[in-house]
Design a protein around this ligand. Structure first.
Ligand code: NOJ
Length: 524
């Protein structure tokens, strides 16, 4: 792939001082037993990390890249796959997506996954985070609808990765809830918990002999708030102020149920790790009037909503959420809080059920308290509950995505907040990336990664945050949800106009090749 595009890439070289490509295959070696991470995830490179060396990532630190099923696979109704909420939404409401695009074919990874693996290998990534399409293997959610072809597809993908010494990191659910389950209420229904457990059991049974790193849910804040609160994203459920809290509750219960299931049935044989991936920004004060309590409030309403029940010493939802939402519910003359109650036994069931915290970092915001009184005459929502107003610093550069302002220091800020709040948990950065128009000479993406890796390195080496890896979003260009194919995050360009969906490395792929080869951040 690299050689075929050498001419176009050479054009970019004049201003980028990376070495010409040398094939680098990650070497898997054992890391010391005290390592917090399954040794298979470590690239065990020749990085010379001496005590006091703050330029290199530690030897246990791994680099990987990420995708999600609906965004890359295509084959939306092949081999018995049933529709997910995203198939339904893009087909029934094409007007909601830029260019009326959808994931029917996407990057065609269902048929071209070996091209994705070739790309991962070429860069030298040690692991690949991908998601499984629930409706491809259990279109009706449970075992009565098991599709062997779906199992076979993921078997091939996992085996091919392992053959290249690339460790599979599997997300169980990345937004694409089976439509069949959505008809029963989806994640807002308590039924969801049992279905998710059956699904996870199926995954452990079929793939757990080879997959040791599992992520139950991806970015529940985003799909609960947009999908079940504001109804502006799949599955388009409009119930602001209520639906998002129900959804989140079942995310937490289903996550914990799967963790307990793994402990009871699989952990002793498969010895893997189970985590969850959360999203969230870091927050900075608008001016002196915004105190640390306001920053903390913002972080708790976003990340703490999920992290506090799982990682805090006390468990349960953050007290600030419990108090505020109960108060607002009372003002609205409700007889119960819109935030579901976590009884002591539920708190205990959820608390401590994660071996690591997956975290997606992209951007940050300025924040201040909303000076207005709580207004009961407009519909409730999580944003009204927070009582905060967000803004951006005009100095922050913006990517193609209208929400993606470049604030590298925010990554270090959040990692230190995790350290303080949750006693320095094991963190895997499960996504980090930059959107643009998709050109091969992606200097801005390289700049973004360089600045973020610098902050990460400082968080690991200076602040001693327990971060074990970094995952780029994404290895290839893909379907960016409501933005269709108009915003590109890939390290590899995908030609969406060609039936062969050729993958071509961008300059950022070379940048990562250099990071991985040296264990440090190259000068650019
Ligand atoms: C996070 C989501 O997990 C992923 O699906 C999405 O494409 C990226 N953010 C970029 O928006």
């Amino acid at each position: 792939m690299f050689s075929s595009t050498i001419a176009s890439i050479l054009l970019c070289f004049s201003s980028l001082h990376v070495q010409p490509i040398a094939s680098s295959v990650p070497v898997l070696v054992e890391v010391p037993p005290h390592s917090p991470w399954p040794w298979t995830l470590s690239q065990g490179s020749k990085w010379k990390h001496q005590p006091g060396d703050d330029k290199h990532f530690p030897p246990y630190f791994a680099f990987g890249a990420s995708t999600a099923a609906y965004q890359i696979e295509g084959a939306w109704q092949e081999d018995g796959k049933g529709p997910s909420v995203w198939d339904t939404m893009t087909h029934e409401h094409p007007e909601l997506v830029v260019d009326r695009a959808n994931g029917d074919v996407a990057a065609n990874s269902y048929h071209q996954f070996t091209d994705d693996i070739a790309a991962l290998k070429e860069v030298g990534f040690g692991f690949y985070r991908f998601s499984i399409s629930w409706s491809r293997i259990l279109p009706e959610g449970d075992l009565s609808s098991l599709q062997q072809a779906g199992i076979d597809y993921y078997d091939k993908l996992i085996d091919s990765l392992l053959a290249e010494k690339i460790v599979p990191v599997v997300t169980m659910l990345h937004y694409d809830v089976p439509q069949y389950l959505q008809n029963l209420g989806g994640v807002a229904s308590p039924l969801f918990v049992r279905y998710f457990e059956i699904y996870a059991d199926t995954l452990f049974r079929h793939f757990g002999d080879r997959v040791q790193t599992w992520i139950t849910h991806n970015e529940p804040y985003d799909f609960c708030v947009d999908g079940y609160g504001y109804g502006r994203n799949g599955p388009l459920v409009y119930a602001p102020g209520v639906g998002e809290y129900l959804c989140a509750h079942h995310v937490l219960l289903s996550h914990a149920a799967v963790y307990h299931l793994y402990n009871q049935k699989y952990r002793s044989k498969q010895s893997g790790s189970i985590g969850i991936t959360l999203s969230g920004r870091f927050f900075y004060p608008v001016n002196n009037e915004t105190g640390p309590d306001v920053i903390d409030r913002a972080l708790n309403f976003q990340i703490g909503w999920f992290a506090h029940p799982l990682f805090s010493e006390k468990g349960g939802y953050p007290p600030i959420m419990v108090e505020t939402i109960a108060e607002h519910s009372l003002l609205e003359t409700r007889t119960m809080s819109r935030l579901p109650t976590m009884l002591p036994e539920t708190k205990a069931f959820v608390k401590g059920t994660a071996d690591f915290l997956g975290y997606n970092y992209y951007s940050s915001r300025l924040v201040k308290l909303d000076p207005r009184e709580y207004n009961i005459s407009s519909p409730p929502s999580i944003d009204k509950d927070t009582g905060l107003v967000y803004s951006v610093d005009p100095k922050w550069k913006r990517a193609k995505s209208d929400w993606l302002y470049v604030v590298p220091a925010g990554l270090r800020g959040v990692l230190n907040w995790f350290k303080e709040e949750y006693d320095n948990p094991v963190v895997l950065i499960t996504e980090n990336g930059y959107s643009d128009d998709g050109g091969l000479c992606d200097h801005e993406r390289i700049e973004y990664y360089k600045l973020h890796l610098e902050q990460l390195l400082a968080a690991v080496n200076e602040d001693e945050c327990h971060v074990v890896g970094h995952t780029s979003w994404s290895i290839i260009d893909n379907f960016e949800w409501l933005r269709g194919y108009s915003e590109k995050f890939g390290l590899y360009h995908v030609n969406f106009l060609s039936p062969n969906r050729e993958r071509t490395p961008k300059l950022s792929a070379k940048f990562f090749q250099e990071v991985i080869r040296t264990g440090t951040i190259p000068k650019i």
